[in-house]
Design a protein around this ligand. Sequence first.
Ligand code: TMP
Ligand code: ASP
Length: 237
Amino acid sequence: MKKGKHLFTGKAKTVYETDDPQRLILLFRNDTSAFDGEKVERLERKGATNNKFNAFIMQKLEAAGVATHFDRLLSENESLVKRLDMIPVECVVRNISAGSLSKRLGVKEGEDLNPPVFEFFLKNDPLHDPMINEYHIRAFGWATDGEVEVMQKMTFSTNEVLKKLFADAGLLLVDFKLEFGRFDGKLVLGDEFTPDGCRLWDARTREKMDKDRFRRDLGGVVEAYEEVARRLGVPLD
Ligand code: TMP
Ligand code: ASP
């Protein structure tokens, strides 16, 4: 697969066209951002770790019946994916209170949320990804009602699959964010699933093993991602 024209530079990934109009190459960079791009640092090995981590998770999800854009790993830092028409909405599921939910509702971090909470956010950094609901999505035409329903179903299915996968590795899946897009008239999971976009705590000690280490200057960010990968059996080399 030949890398073509540069298409887009995101905060942590760069997207390239290929000689197939239906395929893109995702390059996972070492750049790590928080607070909607306000804080950015380059962390050694993060790009390669997340590229392999994402490949592993996407394959697990496919095997469990969740359609994803992932095709295959191309190199240390690159993956081949389907070219999607992205929906500008982020789907978040929370199993335990943390982050913006704790702040917004004044709930302390670490409360079990049963049943899990689902939230939509608008993907818009200058506006700091405001929380929205299905009425906004409908009014502004970001997705159809059918698509809203499918995104919610696929996000909850992902939660069931990954809660178990992480639990078997001694980790709590606290919350995560997914993005979807259209391919051949069908919704599929796009973007990435890595510790950059979820919260993972050690089940015994509740130690943070995700991007909160970076947000809160706890250190050992990539080391934590590598430890999660090791526990899951993600081949890193
Ligand atoms: P939050 O607590 O900041 O709302 O985030 C909830 C989860 O979703 C957390 O694991 C981080 C992830 N997330 C992103 O990765 N990017 C985003 O833009 C948003 C809104 C959430
Ligand atoms: N999408 C956000 C950013 O990278 C995630 C965060 O705030 O951590 O800026």
